[in-house]
Design a binder for this molecule. Structure first.
Ligand code: BES
Ligand code: ZN
Length: 626
């Protein structure tokens, strides 16, 4: 894979539910007040027209690869605006109706990344604005899969990925994280397929092909989600369960056995789970990310189904977003660390509760390594290594790296250690409560922390070095480091191996996937073919069913040109679309001329298996397209 205001002012604005955009251009400077935030990634004026509810009535045409229908917005024009502006991207607008009367409208020429603003005239009493529309072939949120791109290879599949600013490509909407609304939906799909949304779901297939949904809690557009396919449901306990393609459901249900318990653990930490059910949906292999915290229904990559429950911390992460992100939401994508840093912190606290501190320390240390590597590759002084980002004029996905995640969660862990765990936990419970179903900026959080956690404790305030973390580059000197009870042993074994001890003699028997991961990450690039061969023979790493391990192993194989791993790597690249894995592997191939040839050959074969956003970046990496 990224975080101050007169708190009273912020509170008033948040309580009135408004989202103001009247701040001066200041995105590289510290803002003066949290009330003055600017979201550079929405063209909508839903800060001044209050948008309350969406009713979506759509039809999903799997053959034409198109969603068509209407989005009806319930608004309150208390601020006397002349128009409602919605975000759209590559969309055809067929007609607009305002309060039962046909209305004119204007669709602006598209702006790079942002799409086209849709202007709709309204008056002070306007209540309902209905947009009839059809999605375009370049709708960036949608991946339409042919049957052979699914696990079961029998039926087509559609899923959406709306974060960060792609909801606008399948719903004309105010697409900024600072704008929340409730929704209801009616979705018509081909008979025989099931439709699921980030809402209350039906767990059985119906024979009409029409599915109805209700999300009575206000969410931002980036949490709008839809999936359509031949999926079935298996319950875990009374409030959790798994959806997956038929041929995958048993494995998935086994892997996620502990998810019910996980929700209980999360609640013990930071207060009750407020969304009713927590279900997960396992997507077909091309899903470009690990997981997406769609409310009530987390979307997951099948690549975490390792067969040994070793990668379920990813579910803990998506679950944790039910507090950090979905309940308390970053106001703009420049405040992304508030979503992801908090969630990574929370994820590791859940894993500590479930598996013990030594296990959680492994996750912390792997995260710290990721942070170091990210800073190394971005440069120690890079502006993009501040927690508070400046993404104006850029694709918000530029912020999608380990800075918000790992620098963010290490910042919180540092505060936890300085304040004491008990005091920090109580503060977080209050925070989630105070800002529930609201939006907050980095400055808003820092001020809240200053008032509620720090208060008169000047020693604590001075020890944190908050400004250096938030408005400065690199890793601050007070960054905490995890204990190395388990990884210390791995270091010792790796050293023996590198000095020539045969792999069978290593004390690896009880190693978890994380210990293996750490072992592989610490192998030098200069590891020789005989060394890789002996490891592979002893532990069959080329055939690993654990995607994280397989990925690290294939990187080593490419660096050393260890060819016996290549057929397995090809299988991996054909079956997994997760960008975190495929982009570094193709980049590594591009380092040598024979590798380039292999990259082009494999990419030509498997390009269509990948998500359009992954195709965009791989077109650049492999084909040199800008
Ligand atoms: N919300 C993110 C995914 C995301 C962020 C998608 C920004 C698009 C834009 C999700 O919660 C996430 O962080 N997923 C990670 C998993 C995690 C364990 C770090 C991923 O997909 O790798
Ligand atoms: Zn996340």
């Amino acid at each position: 894979m990224f975080r101050h205001c007169l708190f009273a002012v912020a509170a008033i604005v948040l309580l009135t539910g408004c989202f103001r955009k009247h701040a001066p251009e200041e995105s590289t400077l510290k803002p003066v007040t949290a009330a003055q935030w600017v979201d550079d990634h929405t063209l909508s004026n839903a800060d001044s027209v209050i948008v309350k509810h969406l009713h979506l009535d759509i039809k999903v045409n799997m053959e034409a690869k198109q969603i068509s229908g209407s989005a009806m917005w319930t608004i309150n024009n208390a601020h006397h605006q002349k128009e409602l502006i919605l975000d759209t991207y590559d969309m055809t607008i067929d007609s607009v109706i305002v309060d039962a009367r046909p209305s004119g409208f204007n669709l602006d020429t598209p702006i790079r990344y942002l799409g086209s603003a849709l202007h709709i005239p309204i008056n002070d009493n306007s209540k309902f604005v209905t947009v009839h529309y059809r999605t375009g072939p370049n709708a960036r949120a949608l991946q339409w899969l042919a049957p052979d791109q699914t696990h079961d290879k029998k039926h087509p599949f559609l899923y959406t990925q709306s974060e960060s600013i792609y909801a606008r490509s399948w719903i004309p909407c105010p697409d900024g994280p600072g704008i929340r609304f409730t929704y209801t939906a009616q979705v018509r799909v081909p008979v025989g397929l099931m439709a699921l949304m980030s809402a209350e779901n039906n767990d059985v297939l119906n024979d009409s092909g029409v599915y109805r949904f209700d999300m009575p809690l206000p969410i931002p557009a980036y949490l709008m989600a839809l999936a359509v396919g031949d999926v079935v449901f298996r319950g875990i306990d009374e409030r959790t369960g798994v959806y997956a393609e038929r041929g995958m459901i048993d494995k998935a249900r086994w892997e996620f056995e502990n998810v019910g318990r996980m929700v209980g653990n999360a609640e013990q930490l930071y207060g009750s789970y407020r969304w009713g059910r927590y279900d997960v949906l396992v997507l077909p292999p091309g899903f470009p990310i690990g997981g997406m915290e769609n409310p009530k229904l987390t979307f997951l990559t099948p690549s975490i189904i390792a067969g040994d429950r070793s990668l379920v911390s990813l579910v803990a992460h998506e679950l944790a977003h039910s507090w950090s992100g979905n309940l308390v939401t970053n106001a703009t994508w420049n405040d992304f660390w508030l979503n992801e840093g908090f969630t990574n912190y929370f994820e590791r606290r859940i894993m500590e509760q479930m598996m013990g501190a030594a296990y959680a320390d492994m996750l912390w240390e792997i995260g710290y390594q990721d942070l170091q590597n990210t800073i190394l590759s971005m440069g120690p002084d890079s502006r993009d290594t501040w927690l508070k980002l400046d993404l104006k004029g850029r694709d918000p996905d530029d912020g999608l790296n380990d800075i918000p995640y790992e620098k963010g969660c290490h910042f919180l862990r540092m505060i936890e250690r300085a304040a004491g765990r008990d005091r920090f936990d109580k503060f977080l419970v209050k925070y989630f409560d105070a800002f529930a179903f609201r939006t907050i900026t980095t400055e808003g959080f820092l001020n809240y922390m200053d008032t509620v956690l720090i208060g008169k404790d000047t020693a604590l305030r001075n020890s944190l070095n908050t400004d250096e973390w938030v408005y400065g580059p690199g890793i601050p000197a007070n960054c905490p480091r995890a204990g190395n009870e388990l990884f210390g042993k791995v270091d010792a074994e790796r050293a023996k191996f590198l000095q020539g001890m045969p792999p069978e003699k290593l004390a690896f028997i009880h190693w978890s996937a994380h210990e293996w991961l750490y072992f592989l990450r610490g192998l030098p690039d200069s590891a020789s073919i005989p060394q890789l061969t002996s490891l592979d023979k002893a532990f069959r790493l080329s055939e690993s069913g654990n995607s994280e391990l397989a990925f690290e192993w294939y990187l080593h194989a490419l660096k050393a040109n260890y060819t016996p791993a290549y057929p397995h790597m090809e299988q991996f690249l054909s079956a997994i679309g997760r960008r975190k894995f495929i982009e570094p592997l193709y980049s590594q191939m591009m380092q040598t001329p024979p590798g380039q040839e292999m990259a082009r050959r494999l990419y030509e074969k498997y390009r269509l298996n990948y998500h359009p956003l992954a195709q965009e970046s791989l077109d650049e990496i492999v084909l040199g397209k800008k």
